[in-house]
Design a protein. Structure first.
Length: 995
C-alpha cells in the first residue's frame, strides 16, 4: 500500500512544481528590502499556492480501501419457471440474507423477465422480495439483468453476483454480459431452478402459403410434438370462424391420437375470397396430466389472397355507414363492415383490405398499438384511409395528437383565431398502489394531455410527504393553458405519485384552481385504489355548485368494497363517470375518453351549411363542382403542405374544411368532416350523385394490387424470421438488382427496416427478429419499379402464437454451468442451502475506491493566492501597532478604576443611610456621602449599627448621634458645588497620566 493514498489521473501537470525554483530565487533576491519574517512567510505561502495548483490540475483522487461484500441477487420470475419454484427461490434468498453476519455486507435484488427491474438497491438493510415484478413475464433476458447488476455494484466493496434461474433465455445471450463480469473479476454464482415436464404437448408450427391466387386450393400443415401418447381434439379457426374438420362427428374438431414424437397433419384449404386469411389451430388434450403447459398448444398462420380489392368499414353502431356501404357495394366494391374489436387482428388483418373507412369512431375505442398500426397501414403499407365525421370523430373524438391524426390531410386542433369555449382538466394522481403505479400514472396523464387542444387548460395534482403545507398536496403542473403540451408532458414524465391519505386536500386544490380560470367545461379525473379518506358532502356540493364534474378511475390496490362505493358516489354526485379497471392497459383509453369531455366545442351545428367547392381536374373529387348541404360538421384546420381542400364551409370566421385529401407515405387519406347519414348528412342520401361520388373517392384511396410476378415466402429459424423473394419479369427472365424498401410492422405497431440482399438470379433474402408474441407484417415496396413501370407493394405475415418462453420443457443447467465456469463463480443447488455461504470472500479482492479531491485543492489554492497577495501588498507599522495597543490597555485600566470608585461610593451611601436612622430629615438623607472627605473607610462599616445596637442583641434601641457624627458646617455646600467638585476629582487621574 502506498504511503500517501493519492493517485493522479493527469500527472504531467506536476511539472508546474518546477516553477518553485525560480520562485524561491526571485523571492530571495528581495531579502534586503523586506524583513526576514515577511520574506519567509511570502516564500512559504507562494510555494503552497504552486503546489496546490499543480496537484489540482493533475486531477488527484484520494484512494480509500473498501470494506465489506456486496451480493447482487438476480431472480428469474419469467413464465418458464414454475410458480412453486419461484416461491421456493424467494424463501431461499431470504434465508441467505438472514444468515449475513458482517453488518458491512450489502444485498441488492433484481428480478428479471423481459426486462430487468430493481427490487432492492444494494444496501445493508435490504429486504428480499421477488414477487413484485410488474413487467412482461413472457420472455427472459438474463443478459440485461447481469448488465444492470454490474452497473449497481458499488466500487468500495468486494462484489458477487448470484443468478437464480432456469437458464432458459429468449432474448440476447447472457454469455455476452458475463464477459464484462469476467474482465472485472466479479464471479457469478449460479443456482439452477431445476425442473422437467415429462408430459408435454407442443404445437411447434402451422404452415400456410404466404400468398395465393383467388380460388387456389392449398394445404395447411400442422406440426405437433408429444412426449408420450396422448388423445385429444384438434380445432381450426379461419378468420375467427370455427371450421368443421370432421363433418361425420358431432363436434367441430378432429379427434387425434398422438404418438411420442412429432405428428404432422395436412388440412386442405379453398381460398375463395381475396384479402387476408388468418388461421389458428389448437390441440385440446383429453387428460390434463399429459400436458403441463397449455399456452403452447396453438399455432397461427396468415395467407394473403390477391383479388379485386376489398374495403373495410369500422362502425361500432352499424348505422353510421349503412348508406355508404350500400353505395360501394352497388359500385362493385367488395365491402366488409366490422367493429373496432376486429382491429385486435393487428396489421395482418388490416392488410387484407386496400382501404379502411372509420365511421364516427372515437380514439378511445382503440388501443395505442392499434393507433400506431393504423398509421403504419397508410404510411408504410400503402393502404387508404377515409375518416367520416360525427360527434365522436376528428378532434371531438379525441384524435388530436394521435398517430392516426398524422395521416389526415387536416389538423384537428382548432385555430387560434376562433373564439371557442375553452375546457379545463385537472388530474388527481393516486396510482401508487397498483403495480408499476408511477409508470401507469405517467402514461395516463400523457394520454389525457395529448387529447386536449392548445387552447384548453390542464393541471396535475400529486401527493408527496416531503412537500410542506397543504397536507403534502402540490401541483405537479399548475393549472394553465396546454399550449404545445410539451411542458405538460414533461411534467407528467417527471412526477412521482405518492400514497395520498385523504382526497379532500387534493380535491380542494383542484377546485380552487378551476374556479380561478374562465372555461366553459371543467372536469376532474381521479385515479386511485380508493383507500384514501373520501371527501365530505359539503365539498361535493361545492363541486356541483361550480359545475365541475368528476370522473373516478379505481385501480387495483388496497381498496375495499366500501372504497369502491365511495369513489362511485363522488363521480355520480358530480355528474361524472365511475370506472373500475382491472387491466391497466385499458387506462389510456379511459383517460382519452374522459379528457375529451371538454372538447365538445369543436362541433359546429345548428344551421344549414352550403359547401363551397373548388372544381378539381384530378383527384378523388374530379368532376364535381357542387355538394349537398350539411347540418353540422367537426371543426378542423387546413394542413400546410400537399393537402388539397376542394370543399369548405364558409363562415364569418373563415373557411372550414369539409372535404380534404392528400398522399401520405405510400398511401392516401381523405377527411370528410360531416357524416353521410345520422343528424348532419341525411340530405346526402337523396343526392343523385351519392353513389358515384363515394365510389370515386374510395377507388382513389384503394391500394394498387400487388405484382403477380413477385413471389414471397416466410419461415421461422430460431428467433429469426427469414424472408425470400423470387422476381421474374413478364418474359420469364430474372429481375436482378431491384431497388427495394422493406419494412417490418411489429405486433406493437412499431416499424423497423429490413435489408433485402440478392443471393442469386432474381432471388432476394432478408431476416428480422421475432421475439414478441403476435403477428409480424412484412411489406416490400419497389420504389424504382421494373423496367420503367411502377410496381406496388407485396406483403406477407409471420405469426408467433405464443412466446418462446412456453416451449421450454426443462431447465438449461448446462448454460448456467458455463456462466459459473467462465467467471469463477460457484454452481450450487437450491436443495442444500446450509452448505452455501452467499457472503464468502474467498478469492475476492476488496477494491480501493478513489474520491476526486481536485475541487478541494483548487479552493485551497485560491485562498492561499489571496493570502499571498495580502502578505506582499499589506505592510504593518509595528511602532504604531504598539502605541495603539498601549492606548487600548490604558482605556481598559481607566474603565476599571472608575468601576471601583463607583462601587466605593455606593457602599458609602449605604453606610450613611444606615447610621442616619429615622431621625435624619429628607435633606440629610439625600446628601451625598464623601468617604474621602470624611476620612471613613467604607470597608470597616459595622453592619450591626443598622440594628440600633451590637450584633446579636435583639431589641436594642438605636443610639443617639454624637457630636462627632454631625456633619461639618464647612462642608455644607450647594448641590451644584458638590457636582463640580466631583467632576474635578474624576478628571484628576487623567491629568496625572498626562503629566
Amino acid at each position: 500500500m502506498a504511503l500517501v493514498p493519492i493517485e493522479f489521473d493527469e500527472p504531467l501537470w506536476l511539472v508546474i512544481l518546477l516553477l518553485l525554483l525560480p520562485t524561491w530565487w526571485i523571492a530571495w533576491g528581495t531579502r534586503k528590502s523586506v524583513s526576514p519574517g515577511k520574506l519567509w512567510t511570502s516564500i512559504i505561502i507562494r510555494s503552497l499556492v504552486l503546489c496546490t495548483l499543480a496537484f489540482a490540475l493533475a486531477d488527484p483522487s484520494w484512494v480509500k480501501k473498501g470494506e465489506g461484500l456486496t451480493v447482487m441477487m438476480i431472480a428469474d420470475v419469467s413464465r418458464s419457471v414454475p410458480l412453486p419454484l419461484q416461491k421456493e427461490s424467494e424463501e431461499f434468498l431470504q434465508q441467505l440474507v438472514e444468515a449475513r453476519e458482517d453488518p458491512s455486507d450489502r444485498v441488492g435484488v433484481i428480478t428479471i423477465a423481459r426486462d430487468a427491474s430493481v427490487s432492492a438497491l444494494p444496501e445493508s438493510g435490504s429486504i428480499v422480495s421477488t414477487g413484485n415484478h410488474g413487467g412482461d413475464l413472457s420472455a427472459t433476458n438474463l443478459a440485461s439483468a447481469v448488465r444492470l447488476a454490474l452497473a449497481l455494484l458499488p466500487q468500495d466493496t468486494a462484489s458477487r453476483i448470484m443468478l437464480v434461474s432456469d437458464g432458459n433465455e429468449t432474448m440476447d445471450s447472457v454469455m455476452n454480459a458475463v464477459e464484462i463480469a469476467e474482465s472485472d473479476g466479479i464471479p457469478v454464482d449460479v443456482i439452477p431452478l431445476a425442473y422437467e415436464h415429462p408430459n408435454e404437448i407442443v404445437v411447434e408450427d402451422l404452415k400456410a402459403p404466404a400468398r395465393a391466387r383467388l380460388g387456389q386450393s392449398s394445404d395447411l400443415r400442422v406440426f405437433i410434438r408429444s412426449q408420450e401418447q396422448a388423445d385429444g381434439t384438434l380445432m381450426l379457426w379461419h378468420n375467427e370462424v370455427p371450421v368443421d374438420l370432421d363433418p361425420d362427428s358431432s363436434g367441430m374438431g378432429m379427434r387425434l391420437r398422438l404418438s411420442p414424437g412429432p405428428t404432422v397433419m395436412n388440412i386442405p384449404l379453398s381460398l375463395d375470397q381475396s384479402g387476408a386469411h388468418r388461421f389458428r389451430v389448437v390441440f385440446e388434450p383429453d387428460a390434463a396430466s399429459v400436458d403441463a403447459i397449455l399456452e403452447n398448444n396453438s399455432g397461427e398462420a396468415t395467407t394473403f389472397v390477391s383479388g379485386q380489392g376489398r374495403v373495410l368499414i369500422i362502425d361500432d353502431s352499424g348505422l353510421e355507414s349503412e348508406a355508404i356501404r350500400n353505395a360501394l357495394v352497388e359500385g362493385g366494391i367488395e365491402v366488409e363492415v366490422a367493429s373496432t374489436s376486429s382491429l385486435s387482428g393487428g396489421a395482418a388483418f388490416l392488410n387484407g383490405f386496400e382501404a379502411v373507412i372509420l365511421a364516427n369512431i372515437p380514439r378511445w375505442a382503440i388501443t395505442n398499438e392499434q393507433d400506431r398500426i393504423l398509421h403504419a397501414y397508410v404510411h408504410d403499407l400503402g393502404g387508404g384511409l377515409l375518416m367520416l365525421g360525427g360527434n365522436e370523430s376528428f378532434g371531438a373524438g379525441g384524435w388530436i395528437d394521435s398517430e392516426t391524426a398524422k395521416v389526415l390531410p387536416v389538423k384537428l386542433d382548432p385555430p387560434q383565431t376562433r373564439q371557442l369555449p375553452r375546457g379545463a382538466l385537472a388530474l388527481i394522481m393516486h396510482s401508487c398502489e397498483m403495480p408499476q403505479g408511477n409508470y401507469w400514472g405517467q402514461r395516463v396523464a400523457i394520454a389525457a394531455i395529448e387529447v386536449l387542444s392548445r387552447l384548453d387548460y390542464i393541471g396535475i395534482i400529486t401527493f408527496n410527504w416531503n412537500v410542506a403545507g397543504n397536507n403534502g398536496i402540490s401541483w405537479a403542473y399548475p393549472m394553465q393553458l396546454a399550449g404545445d403540451k410539451s411542458n405538460a408532458i414533461a411534467a407528467a414524465r417527471q412526477m412521482v405519485v405518492g400514497d395520498m391519505p385523504d382526497f379532500a386536500p387534493a380535491m380542494e386544490t383542484a377546485l380552487k384552481g378551476l374556479q380561478e380560470i374562465n372555461a366553459g367545461q371543467k372536469h376532474v379525473i381521479i385515479i386511485s385504489d380508493g383507500d384514501a379518506s373520501p371527501p365530505s358532502q359539503s365539498l361535493l356540493n361545492k363541486y356541483k355548485a361550480s359545475s365541475v364534474t368528476i370522473t373516478t378511475v379505481m385501480v387495483a390496490g388496497h381498496g375495499s368494497a366500501i372504497d369502491r362505493r365511495n369513489m362511485q358516489a363522488v363521480a355520480t354526485q358530480t355528474g361524472g363517470t365511475p370506472y373500475v379497471v382491472n387491466n391497466p392497459k385499458n387506462l389510456p383509453k379511459i383517460f382519452i375518453k374522459e379528457a375529451n369531455m371538454i372538447q365538445r366545442s369543436l362541433i359546429v351545428e345548428g344551421s344549414t351549411f352550403i359547401p363551397k367547392v373548388s372544381p378539381q381536374i384530378s383527384g378523388p373529387m374530379r368532376g364535381y363542382d357542387s355538394l349537398p348541404s350539411v347540418l353540422g360538421y367537426v371543426l378542423t384546420v387546413p394542413r400546410d403542405g400537399l393537402g388539397e381542400i376542394p370543399a369548405v364551409i364558409t363562415t364569418s370566421e373563415g373557411n372550414d374544411p369539409l372535404y380534404a385529401y392528400w398522399n401520405y407515405g405510400l398511401g392516401k387519406s381523405v377527411a370528410f368532416t360531416s357524416d353521410v347519414a345520422g343528424r348532419w348528412g341525411a340530405g346526402w342520401t337523396q343526392w343523385s350523385e351519392f353513389r358515384g361520388f363515394w365510389e370515386q373517392t374510395v377507388r382513389w384511396l384503394m391500394r394498387p394490387p400487388s405484382p403477380q410476378n413477385i413471389a414471397m415466402r416466410t419461415s421461422i429459424d430460431g428467433e429469426r424470421a427469414v424472408v425470400e423473394l423470387d422476381a421474374i419479369s413478364n418474359d420469364n427472365s430474372f429481375l436482378n438488382y431491384l431497388k427495394t424498401d422493406a419494412k417490418i410492422l411489429s405486433p406493437d405497431g412499431s416499424i423497423n427496416p429490413m435489408t433485402l440482399k440478392q443471393i442469386g438470379p432474381g432471388r432476394y433474402r432478408g431476416e428480422f427478429d421475432v421475439t414478441d408474441r403476435g403477428g409480424y407484417l412484412v411489406n416490400v415496396h419497389f420504389p424504382g419499379g421494373i423496367q420503367g413501370e411502377a410496381l406496388g407493394s407485396i406483403q406477407s405475415a409471420v405469426s408467433i402464437p405464443y412466446a418462446k418462453e412456453f416451449k421450454s420443457v426443462r431447465d438449461n443447467s448446462a448454460m448456467l454451468q458455463a456462466v459459473a465456469d467462465r467467471t469463477g463463480g460457484r454452481f450450487m443447488r437450491i436443495s442444500d442451502p446450509q452448505l452455501l455461504d452467499a457472503f464468502d470472500r474467498t478469492g475476492l479482492e476488496v477494491p480501493s475506491s478513489p474520491r476526486q479531491i481536485w475541487d478541494v485543492l483548487a479552493i485551497i489554492a485560491a485562498c492561499l493566492f489571496i493570502l499571498d497577495v495580502a502578505v506582499r501588498r499589506i505592510s504593518l507599522d509595528t511602532d504604531a501597532a504598539r502605541r495603539a495597543a498601549q492606548a487600548a490597555l490604558a482605556r481598559t485600566n481607566q474603565a476599571g478604576t472608575e468601576s471601583v470608585t463607583a462601587w466605593k461610593r455606593a457602599r458609602a451611601a449605604a453606610t450613611t443611610g444606615r447610621t442616619g436612622g429615622a431621625t435624619r430629615d429628607d435633606e440629610e438623607a439625600t446628601r451625598r456621602f464623601d468617604a474621602e472627605e470624611q476620612g471613613v473607610d467604607p470597608t470597616q462599616f459595622d453592619a450591626s449599627a443598622s440594628q440600633g445596637g451590637p450584633a446579636g442583641e435583639p431589641g436594642s434601641q438605636p443610639r443617639r448621634p454624637s457630636k462627632a457624627d454631625q456633619p461639618d458646617p464647612d462642608l455644607e455646600q450647594s448641590h451644584t458645588s458638590r457636582l463640580l467638585k466631583a467632576k474635578r476629582r474624576a478628571s484628576r487621574p487623567e491629568e496625572q497620566d498626562d503629566g
